[in-house]
Design a protein around this ligand. Structure first.
Ligand code: FES
Length: 105
């Protein structure tokens, strides 16, 4: 069953900001990319790098893994550069009552 979890007030995650959310055994990176909010699993598919500690590029809506430099498209979770070649999981984002929420399962 999908579950809705609250992340933070919308104003606490301005464009260019990111934050880590933990839910059960999942770690999820939540990113504000030029006003759009995206959520992806905070674990690089190459070697478990922490994506939320990487560099966010708001123009291309990608984040660079701090470990070996793969860039991931935040909209799809797919890597756009090597060495990673497997997508990471993405999570639906809901903005409701001025609050950022995620749908997790
Ligand atoms: S752990 Fe992310 S590119 Fe290697």
């Amino acid at each position: 069953m999908p579950q809705i979890i609250e992340v933070c007030p919308v104003n606490d995650l301005p464009p260019g900001a990111m934050r880590l959310v933990e839910w059960e055994d999942l770690e999820i990176g939540v990113f504000n990319c030029a006003g759009n909010v995206y959520a992806i699993e905070d674990r690089c598919s190459h070697d478990d790098g922490p994506l939320v500690e990487g560099e966010l590029d708001q123009e291309t809506c990608t984040v660079e893994c701090p470990r070996h430099g793969s860039r991931f498209d935040l909209r799809t979770g797919k890597p756009v550069t090597l060495p990673a070649y497997v997508a990471v999981e993405t999570f639906p984002v809901i903005i409701e009552d001025l609050t950022i929420k995620l749908e997790v399962e």
